[in-house]
Design a protein around this ligand. Sequence first.
Ligand code: PMV
Length: 351
Amino acid sequence: MTVSSAPGKVYLFGEHAVVYGEPAVPCAIERRARVDVEARADDHVRVRAADLSLDGFTVEYTGSTDGRPDVDVPRPLVDAAMGYVDAAVDQARDAADAPDAGFDIVVESDIPLGAGLGSSAAVVVAGIDAATRELGHELAPEELADRAFRAEYEVQDGQASRADTFCSAMGGAVRVEGDDCRAIETPSLPFVVGFDGGAGDTGELVAGVRRLREEYEFAADTVESIGDIVRRGEELLRAADPDAPPTEELLVELGRLMDFDHGLLEALGVSSRSLDAMVWAARDAGAHGAKLTGAGGGGCIVALDSTPGSRTALRFTPGCEDAFQAELATEGVRVGDAGDAKGDGPAGAAR
Ligand code: PMV
């Protein structure tokens, strides 16, 4: 049996603008998806997903997701989860040149599904890594990231950027601009995540921004301004000492840029009442800055706060279902699961 785990991520800056060629800086967080893979003697694939934000389910199928048996959870959730696992299996079979390999797979995750924290990317990255290792192959992180991107691209009908999968494979902070993906050495950042228990429709939100951008020059300028924020934030990160704790000055300036970024995302119509309420709760509690993370519309916000203040305030904020501190995950995909930091324990939704 082989076990791999991979982290989720928050966008420090740049979601949506990254779709139009601007850079983005996602950061891996210590919330992981863990995938156990055991090779089978036949070519069947059996998947058990016991710890996602959906009811556990078990399915067995032969090689592809077609013709699966009845399961007792809503079909779209199963289809989504199975699509990612299936695509990861295809990539692992291809990488190991073992088209008929079969597996028993168990997926567990501490990352809320579809909420802007890169849950699917973490499952795909950990799944490909564990399955290829189980077949006696080891992929370099860059190849793993590329294969995971291709798996997500296929499942999401071409709507995937490289941000989530590259960040999950490499860990730490990364910079993504089109196909150009690089790691950024950065001090550990004190993230706090608030989760409203929901999820936005990424396709619809991206389409909404696209329409605004086409209709109004000032909306196009807004997207470019987000790019400017990312470039400024990246400069700050690169100038910081990665081996020392972040300075107060760095946190203050990053926080200001996060607040600015959230304001522009709000103007582009991708925030929501619950996301805004959580952003303001974190700011009022003394966070250096706060913004939505991911596509928006619902899901998660990320704040910068070294104290427990924002997390406590978020837990008392109507509309916030869960809040947790999540350090920057310096390690991306890794073998085994030992030493997983699971933040301070979810209050509900991710369990
Ligand atoms: O919600 P997520 O984590 O899937 O992020 C979506 C980010 C977008 O920039 C809105 C879309 C993308 O593919 O980059």
